[in-house]
Every structure is written in C-alpha cells, then in structure tokens.
Design a protein around this ligand. Structure first.
Ligand SMILES: *Cc1c(COP(=O)(O)O)cnc(C)c1O
Length: 364
C-alpha cells in the first residue's frame, strides 16, 4: 500500500481544472505581482478569519518578520516565545537583533505554557509570540490577558493553524497580529512559498503593507527600511481555488485526526490532546512514543512515512548557543522532542490507509 506523508498530488487532481484555469489567467494577463488575484485572496482571507485586514506576503517567515518590524522590535528588545517550534519563530526575532526569551510548553497541548510567561517579562519585553503548534491554537485568552496587563502586543505564529478555531474564533484573528504560512505542505498550501499577516489595527496594517514593499508609501518614496516580501499572483491564484474548498478539507482533517485518536486509544502512544473549546487543523498528527526510534523503523520497514517535528528544541540549537541556555532549562520541550513523531496526514488519507498505519503501530 503506497502512503504519502502528505498527499498533495491527490489534492491537485481533485482541483486540477480550476487551478489550471486560474493560473493560466495569470499567465495571459501578465499581471504577475499584485493585481486582482491577490486582491481577491486578501478579501477572502479577511472574511474567512474575521480579521479586518489580511495581507498576502512572501512566506510565513516573512510574515513573522514583518510583524516584528511593524512593532519596531530590534536591538536590545526581548520577545517571549516557545523553544518547541520550527526555527523560523525565533530566527526572525534574532535576525532583527532582538533576544528570543524561551518559556517551556504545556505537556498536553505542546504550546507555550501561559502560567510561566509572567516570570520572564522584563522592561525589555516588546512582544509575546506564541505558536499554535500542529494546528491547535495556543491558549490565547490567557496570553492576551498577561499581555494586556503589561501593555505588550501578541503575535500569533499561526503558520500551522490557519483554519483552526479557539473558543469559536478563527486562528490568525486572536491577537494584535496573526501570521500564517502557505508553504505547500501547510493546511492551506500554495504551489511555492507564501504567507499572510492579519490584524484589526489599521495603522499596523498600513505599515506592514509598506514594509513588505520596500517601505514604499508611493512609488519610489520610501518611508521605512523594508523588504521585498510580496506574494505573487500565481500563488494567489492557486490559493483562491484552494480557499474555496478549504472548509471541506478542514472537516476531513478533523475527521481523520479524530479517527486516528479513536483507533489509537489502546496503542502504546500518546495521542494529541485537543482542548474542549478548540478545533485543530492537524497540520501534523503527532503522537508520543517512548520507543520512538523503534516505532519509526518499524513503520519505515512497511513503507509508512513519518517525520519528527521537532527533534531538537531551539534552546539547544547551535545557532542559539549564544543565548546561554543549557540542557534541562525547558524539560517538557526536551522530553517531548525525544518522543514526538508525526504520522501521515492529509484530507486525502483513506480509511484503508489509516487502518493499515494504525495496525502497524499496534503490531497487529
Ligand atoms: C512553516 C512554519 C513557519 C515558516 O513558514 P514558511 O512559510 O516556511 O516561511 C514558521 N513557524 C512555524 C511554526 C511553521 O510551522
């Protein structure tokens, strides 16, 4: 049985005629940057999330970078985040000369533990950047409350959680700024790099729009030092098609994720714990196994692909040695990183494939 980790090919075949015609329209219009496809996408992303402003940009990483730039974060500033995430989250903080300040995760959700945030707030803290990992939102109410008390903004790294809900509200519209990624394998994926920034703050929206276009307020008039962080029209065209079908895919992801958890209830792995008032888009369906390397090898022998998100927490990465953290500083992130593994997940995973994966895990 052939199983893909994420089945992007099946998805393309499903929407092929729509995607081809949208993309060909871009080719024949020769409007490759900006234009109608991008305007449509931004309007529909705003409607989807409920955010006042949705701004397409070049990647999830650039979305996070632009959010920090818009908040004037740089040298000497501190930004609180989680060490259990993809490097981009902390990379952009460090890239701007600010200091990533890590806080350990909650063992159930794998997201930043809000009860540990206040301990590390200083007068240099300029933002809190929680990550909504694997497709489930961080505990944004608790985080926003702390942020409000200390008058600091919150940037949601929603690169894995576009489409997820938190207490009835959509991810990306839960804090000062929300950032997502349209990397092909994300829940809403383009056919190349892409991302988006969300906010309800008019001034921040205007500033981020300028920053992603070299800080221009009008052509060749540069108000800020910016970047080339635009989303191109071909990616917008692909995303316009996929966004139309997205609710159906989110439902399928939820069904498949729940089915995994039901079937794996009596297996020797810890399944994801989704909070009562949240839904996950299962960017990854990740389980914890005490004997991970053994299980990965067993599944690999049966040609079942798996992946580890993430094997080394950021405070132990070579690039962040200069921060001075050491092993033992974030024990939950450290133990989870030795046990976590992601199983094949996409809206196109069939029940037969899923049954085979589950049986293989259980050794049946
Ligand atoms: C994918 C991802 C990013 C970066 O997004 P890109 O579009 O690849 O730049 C940032 N943070 C998290 C948590 C991610 O999963």
């Amino acid at each position: 049985m052939k199983i893909n980790f994420i089945d992007l090919q099946a998805q393309y075949l499903e929407y092929q005629s729509e995607i081809d015609s949208e993309v060909l329209e871009v080719f024949s219009s020769a409007q490759f940057i900006g234009g109608e496809k991008l305007n449509t996408l931004e309007r529909d992303l705003a409607t989807y999330t409920g955010a006042e402003h949705a701004i397409g940009c070049s990647s999830g990483t650039d979305a996070l970078l632009l959010a920090l730039m818009a908040l004037d974060i740089g040298q000497g500033d501190e930004v609180i985040t989680t060490p259990f995430t993809f490097i981009a989250t902390a990379e952009v903080i460090a890239f701007l000369g600010a200091k990533p300040v890590f806080v350990d995760i909650d063992e159930e959700s794998y997201n930043i533990d809000p009860t540990k945030i206040e301990n590390v707030i200083t007068d240099k803290t300029k933002a809190i950047m929680p990550v909504s990992l694997y497709g489930q939102c961080a505990d944004m109410d608790a985080i926003n409350e702390i942020a409000k008390k200390h008058d600091i903004p919150v940037i949601e790294d929603a690169c894995q959680s576009f489409g997820a809900t938190y207490k009835g509200k959509k991810s990306c519209n839960l804090s000062t700024i929300g950032c997502t990624s349209f990397f092909p394998s994300k829940p809403l994926g383009a056919y190349g790099d892409g991302g988006a920034i969300f906010t309800n703050d008019d001034e921040l929206a205007t500033k981020m729009r300028m920053l992603l276009n070299h800080g221009q307020n009008e052509r060749y008039k540069h108000k800020y030092i910016g970047i080339n962080g635009r989303l191109d029209a071909v990616q917008a065209a692909v995303l316009n098609v996929k966004l139309k079908h997205f609710d159906k895919e989110v439902k399928a992801r939820d069904d498949i994720g729940s089915r995994y958890s039901d079937l794996l209830e009596d297996a020797n792995v810890i399944t994801p714990s989704i909070a009562q008032d949240c839904t996950s888009v299962y960017a990854q369906y990740s389980v914890r196994a005490k004997d991970r390397e053994e299980l990965v090898a067993k599944l690999s022998a049966l040609e079942i692909p798996t992946a580890v998100h993430y094997p080394v927490p950021l405070h132990l990465q070579e690039a962040f040695i200069y921060l001075g953290y050491k092993e033992g500083d974030f024990p939950i992130s450290e133990v989870v990183s030795t046990q976590i593994m992601s199983l094949p997940m996409s809206p196109y995973l069939t029940e037969a494939q899923q049954d085979f994966i589950v049986k293989s895990i259980k050794g049946e």
